[in-house]
Design a protein around this ligand. Structure first.
Ligand SMILES: C[S@@+](CC[C@H](N)C(=O)[O-])C[C@H]1O[C@@H](n2cnc3c(N)ncnc32)[C@H](O)[C@@H]1O
Length: 289
């Protein structure tokens, strides 16, 4: 196994290239096309049934699946790619991951890179793709169900809800991956008509809620935590900015959770929509306007 081109150099070169124009493949393919190269597939939130049909077909053909460790349900791997070699990406840096994927591809093996949820949301997929492309390995994305959408389904609600939340923010707080100045959780919550979906481990919930209280947010703002959405041990913890931290700490969970801040998470106080009201009843001439 030879080293890969410096991944940082590959990332910089790809960024610069994008500044000059789009990759031709953007116009040649639609999302969902099976293409040449290594697909970066979204595994969905956990339940094997929430993988896309294309993702399932790609896994069925794979010889090597490099997956996101405990964020991907092992049942999904057993169900859809039992014959493939499976390797967790956890603890591997780009310098180790890229040669692993490249060498397998160059040896003629069918390779799938499996991310949790959707690779386009907190997935760090692009840097791997850029580094692989620099090695001459084509790559592409296959979307998945992000955990915020799974949480909405669990809660039997919408993330946008007429009269309650017109916007959705996918965010994460300061911590290992985000500097304090890039933390906008408080600003999204302050907007009021935003459903703020916070991607973070349960251990960080009390600290994030303390920060919201320090910033002067209404302590009664509803907060719902969906732990391990769509997994067999899924749980829902209801509270407010003031109470949820303690409730989550008491529950003792240590893994993935999606924190939904705002009334839409509770499906409360919304208005009937225009879509199935006046707009649906408009005359044909009004519809043509
Ligand atoms: C590295 S990010 C990956 C997000 C993923 N790409 C997605 O679209 O859901 C990991 C975070 O996603 C969230 N997450 C992933 N799977 C989850 C699940 N099944 N239930 C709740 N949250 C989940 C958690 O907040 C976790 O800390």
């Amino acid at each position: 196994m030879t080293d890969a081109t410096d991944p940082q150099a590959a990332i910089d070169a790809a960024s610069e290239q994008r500044g000059r124009g789009r990759d031709e493949r953007v116009y040649e393919h639609t999302a969902g096309d099976v293409q040449d190269g290594v697909p970066f597939v979204g595994a969905g939130p956990g339940d094997p049934g929430l993988l896309t049909v294309t993702g399932r077909d790609l896994l069925a053909d794979a010889d090597l699946v490099v997956h996101a460790g405990s964020l991907v349900n092992s049942e999904l791997l057993e169900e859809y790619c039992a014959d493939a070699e499976t390797v967790s990406s956890v603890g591997k840096d780009l310098e180790e991951l890229i040669p692993l994927l490249r060498d397998a591809y160059e040896d003629g093996r069918t390779v799938v890179r499996l991310h949790s949820g959707d690779p386009a949301v907190y997935g760090a997929a692009l840097e791997q793709m850029d580094a692989l492309e620099a090695e001459g390995v084509p790559t592409y994305l296959v979307p998945g169900v992000t955990s915020a959408f799974a949480a909405a389904a669990t809660l039997r609600t919408q993330l946008t809800l007429n009269g309650t939340a017109n916007h959705v923010a996918f965010t994460r707080p300061q911590g290992r991956t985000l500097d304090p100045e890039d933390d906008h959780v408080s600003e999204f919550v302050a907007m009021g008509d935003v459903t703020t979906c916070i991607y973070l481990g349960t251990h960080a919930v009390p600290e994030v809620m303390d920060r919201l209280l320090e910033d002067g947010h209404d302590p009664d703002t509803p907060v719902t935590v969906v732990y391990h959405a769509s997994w067999p041990d899924e749980d829902v913890i209801e509270g407010t900015v003031e109470t949820i931290g303690e409730k989550v700490a008491d529950a003792g969970y240590r893994a993935s959770a999606l924190v939904v801040v705002g009334e839409a998470g509770a499906g409360a106080n919304y208005d009937r929509s225009y879509l199935y009201g006046d707009w649906a009843n408009r005359t044909e001439s009004e519809a043509d306007d």
